[in-house]
Design a binder for this molecule. Sequence first.
Ligand code: GLU
Length: 451
Amino acid sequence: MKDQKDRLEALRADIERRNPAQPEFHQAVREVLETLAPVFAARPEYADPAVALVERLTEPERQILFRVPWQDDRGRVHVNRGYRVEFNSALGPYKGGLRFHPSVDIGVVKFLGFEQIFKNALTGLGIGGGKGGSDFDPHGKSDAEVMRFCQSFMTELHRHIGEHTDVPAGDIGVGGREIGYLFGQYRRITNRWEAGVLTGKGQGWGGSAIRPQATGYGSVLFAAEMLAVRGEALDGLSAVVSGSGNVALYTIEKLQRLGANPLTCSDSEGYVVDDKGIDLALLKQIKEVERGRVSEYAARRGSSARFVSGGRVWDVPADVAFPSATQNELEARDARALVAGGVKAVSEGANMPTTPEAVRILQEAGVAFGPGKAANAGGVAVSALEMAQNAGRVAWSEQRVEDELAGIMRSIHTVAHETAERYGAPGDYVVGANIAGFERVADAMLAQGVI
Ligand code: GLU
C-alpha cells in the first residue's frame, strides 16, 4: 500500500508538471488518485508502471482548440475560443456537455472531461468521456447573437463529432436554445438528420422526455438513497439548494414532490432565502422565461423571501444540501456552517462544487456525501437514453424515462456503496464512486490493448 501511495504521488507530481496552470484539472485528478491506492494494492495489473494505465487515463485522447469569430447586433466582430476535449472512448463515443462561460479554459474543460469519464462509466450505459465549450458569455446577449455564436462554433465543431464519435450536450450556459442553434447548423453543414449527434434537443425534434429535469431529479434521488441507508427519508426535511440554472430548478421541483422544503436558490450576485419554501412557478418564470436574476424573485415574492447580496446559501441551516451551481462553491467554512446547522446529507448536483477540505469536514462529521460523479449522473444518463431513442427512431413516454432514471440512480448508489464497503471505506461514496468508475474504464482499456 505504501508503494502504491508513492507511485500515485509521483504520478500526480508528473501530471501537474506536464499540465501547468490547470488547477481544476489537477484538483480533479488528485481527488481520484487519492482514492485509488486500495484498488491498486488489490489489483496490481492496474498499477503496473510497464502498462502505464494511469498515465494513459489522465492524458486526453484528443484536444481540439479553435477560433470562434462572430458578429454582434451592431456589426462588431468578436473572437472567442472553442474547446472540445475527447478524453476517453474505451466504453463508448465521447459524451459530455458544452459549457459557455467566461471562466472556461483548457484546464476547466479537462477537469470536466476527466470527471465525465468516471461518471459516464457509473451509468453503465456505454458512453465515453468528453467535454467542451467556450469562454463566450451568453448573459446579456440577444437571441440573434447567441445564434450567430452557436453557428460559428458548430462550423468548426461539426467535423469532430458524430453519433458514433462524440456526442455533446448542454452544461452551464448551454440549454435548449443553444442546442437548437447548434443542431440546426450541424444539419445544414452535413445535410444529415443525425439526431444522435447532440442530446438535450427539444422534445418535438428528437429530444427525450425528462432530459431537462434529469440532473436535478437524479441528484435528489441519490440523496434519498443515501438517507434510506440511514433509515431516513426526504419527506418533511428542509433543504438548501445553490444555483438557479437547470440543475437547481429541477432539484427544487423533485424535493417538493418528495415532501421536502427547499428554502434557497442563488446566482453570482447572491442568494434568496424563502421561509415559506421556494415558489417554483415564480422562479421558473424569472429564470426560464425572462432569463432574469434571483434578486427579482425576492422583490416579487413578498415578505417570506429576502435576497442576501453576495452571501452564500450554506449559512442557512437545513437538513440536506444540494450544491448545484459550479465548481468549488462550497468551501471549508461553508461545510462547517452546514455541519453546525445540522445537515444530514449533501448531494452534488454541480461538477466538483465541494472543495477537498470541505468534503473532509463533512465526512468527518458523519454527513452522507454524494460526489457529483455519482449524484449528478442522472443528466448524462438520460442523454444516453436520448441516444438510444434516436437510434431506434422512437420516443419513450415520460413515465418510462422517469422509471429508467430512478433505476439508474438506484444502481449507481448501490455500486458506489458496495464498492466502498469492499475496499474498507464503508459509507464513503467518494471512494466507492471513484473506484467503481475506474474499474469499468480500466478493464475496458486493458482489454483493448495499448491505445
Ligand atoms: N453537462 C452534463 C454533465 O455534467 C450532461 C452531459 C451530457 O448530457 O452529455 O454530466
